[in-house]
Design a protein around this ligand. Structure first.
Ligand SMILES: [Cu+2]
Length: 111
């Protein structure tokens, strides 16, 4: 069973690398309050904003469902072109993840 799981893990890693390799990294540079969900990761992975900033998360992966799950805040399932916005009103460090892809994690630093 362990061997099967490690093979599945290896295939998953190869699949992610293949997707990254054949994709052209074309996401726009962060404008300061935007996070793109693309190539099975958050871009940028860490974003620093001021208190009161509304951060908009946009799914840019074709046919791939993602979501944004923080502590006490969460989007529903996002498909390509869907957005989710959340306003950070208190200083702190907020980690979040995508429940569809365990390796997708991000951080918003609010100061
Ligand atoms: Cu995801």
């Amino acid at each position: 069973m362990k061997k099967i799981l490690s093979w599945i893990g290896a295939i998953l890693v190869i699949a992610v690398i293949a997707v990254l390799a054949i994709s052209v990294p074309s996401w726009p540079k962060s404008n300061g309050n935007a996070v793109d969900l693309q190539f099975f990761s958050f871009h940028p992975g860490t974003l620093t904003v001021s208190v009161g900033t509304t951060v908009t998360f946009t799914d840019r992966d074709f046919l791939v469902p993602h979501n944004v799950i923080g502590t006490g805040w969460a989007s529903g399932t996002l498909m390509k072109g869907d957005t989710y916005s959340y306003t950070f009103t208190t200083a702190g460090t907020y980690t979040y993840r995508c429940s569809h892809h365990f390796w997708m994690k991000g951080k918003i630093i609010v100061q």
